[in-house]
Design a protein around this ligand. Structure first.
Ligand code: CUA
Length: 439
């Protein structure tokens, strides 16, 4: 399978390059010298009349056909041979999975270890099996003369061998979106013994949360140290005051678990001011359990809390900020003080059992949906289809908004509530009775 002695990708490409470059230089020199000589030799000043009437010379024409053909075939041969060397994987190459996504790399070794830098042992060929999770990227390591596209839905590969220890640039060489340029990392070539040690070593004892952020490439665009990058930093993200653009309107909110989850699964919905609407959705890429791990880390991790939680109004009571029409509203995570009390009433029990209180507060605070406080018999602006309309929140409206919540959406709120077709008329009545007590 591999009859020739190993030649490295660098040797293969460089040989072809030097041969082609050398032949081109000789041709350039030959053509230039002949041209200058002819200009002098056949100048009209020296010979006003043509010296010869001959219109062709068979041997001359054969010569200038055959010599260039040979030169071109020589260049082709070296190019082809070099290409085959790039495509022929040495038998002893270590397989490494190279996964690309907007906008980072993830390398996975045979024992399951992952890294965002490509660690390789010196003197040992590696075969990088390339794939893409989203769009076209290109794996490019100039030091080893390898460049190969990463194509969604298709595995490609590139192999190389690092002959000297060192750190070599690794780029994405296919424009893949706004943070294309941040898909820069390195190939770390280390002595074989050191590599074996690195491979066996358990991942550095960072928190599992950081591990997940690394695994999903979050840290390519979001820093942990407060520095600005493509996206906002994760440092102090829990409870931070942010101004976001939602459907073209600015509003200020305080980041909570629900907001963060939405930013991961539906990043285009609320765009943080000053950042490009660039993040792709990770809804299908992060398993539920890992999503929880990431949210746990972002919300709770010690040292990830903001020193300063932003403008002072964040700490004030929210009773007065109720109206959906108000653009600037606070969204807060339920805490000990604003969490609903123990249910006491059939309607409240229903609301609690069906998870309503996860999104609707009873104290006027905005969580995800409008607060239940003072909800009944209030005039609201709703959006039905494309139309805006003012309606009175009566029992009919309550029924519709539970059984078919997406038909009429209160202005200023996302159309995300699932429908609850199992609510009976009696349930809705109980709920309404309870809501009417929340004035
Ligand atoms: Cu990935 Cu450019």
């Amino acid at each position: 399978m591999n009859p020739q002695p190993l030649i490295t990708t660098t040797e293969a490409v460089d040989k072809a390059l030097y041969v082609i470059f050398g032949i081109s230089c000789i041709a350039l020199l030959g053509v230039t010298v002949a041209m200058v000589y002819f200009v002098w030799r056949y100048s009209r000043k020296r010979y006003p009349q043509p010296l010869s009437q001959k219109d062709h010379n068979v041997w001359l024409e054969i010569t200038w056909t055959i010599i260039p053909t040979i030169l071109v075939m020589v260049m082709f041969w070296y190019g082809w041979d070099g290409y085959l060397s790039l495509r022929r994987i040495p038998d002893n190459a270590i397989p490494i999975q190279g996964s690309s996504r907007m906008w980072s790399w993830l390398f996975t070794y045979e024992n399951g270890k992952t890294s965002d830098k490509l660690y390789v042992p010196v003197g040992q060929p590696v075969n990088i099996r390339l794939s893409s999770e989203d769009v076209l990227h290109s794996f490019y390591v100039p030091a080893f003369r390898v460049k190969r596209d990463c194509v969604p839905g298709m595995e490609t590969y590139a192999w190389f061998v690092a002959e000297e220890p060192g750190s070599y640039d690794l780029f994405c060489a296919e424009y893949c979106g706004v943070a294309h340029s941040s898909m820069i990392t390195t190939v770390e070539a280390i002595p074989a013994a050191e590599f074996a040690g690195w491979l066996a070593e358990k991942p550095v004892a960072t928190s599992p949360g950081i591990g997940l952020l690394q695994k999903h490439g979050c840290l390519g665009c979001h820093s942990l140290d407060g520095s600005a990058s493509v996206g906002p930093t994760f440092q102090g993200i829990s409870g931070r005051q942010v101004t976001v653009a939602t459907d073209g309107k600015n509003r200020t909110l305080s980041t909570d678990r629900i907001y963060l989850k939405k930013s991961i699964t539906d990043p285009g919905a609320d765009i943080v001011e000053g950042f490009p609407p660039a993040m792709p959705s990770y809804a299908d890429q992060i398993p539920a359990e890992e999503m929880e791990g990431i949210l746990d880390y972002l919300m709770d991790e010690e040292g990830n809390k903001a020193e300063d939680k932003g403008p002072i109004e964040a700490k004030q009571p929210m009773e007065k900020k109720v109206e959906a029409e108000v653009v600037e509203e606070q969204s807060v995570e339920p805490t000990a003080t604003n969490k609903p009390a123990i249910p006491a009433n059939p309607g409240q029990t229903l609301a609690d059992q069906n998870g309503c209180l996860g999104c609707h507060s009873i104290d006027g605070t905005r969580i995800v949906g409008p607060s239940f406080k003072g909800m009944m018999e209030r005039e609201r602006t709703i959006i039905r289809g494309e139309q805006k309309e003012k309606i009175l929140a009566d029992s009919d409206y309550l029924t519709r908004s539970i059984r078919e919540p997406s038909a009429e959406v209160v202005e200023g709120y996302p159309a995300i509530m699932p429908s609850f077709p199992d609510f009976s008329d009696d349930d809705i009545k109980a709920l309404q009775d309870w809501l009417e007590t929340l004035k």
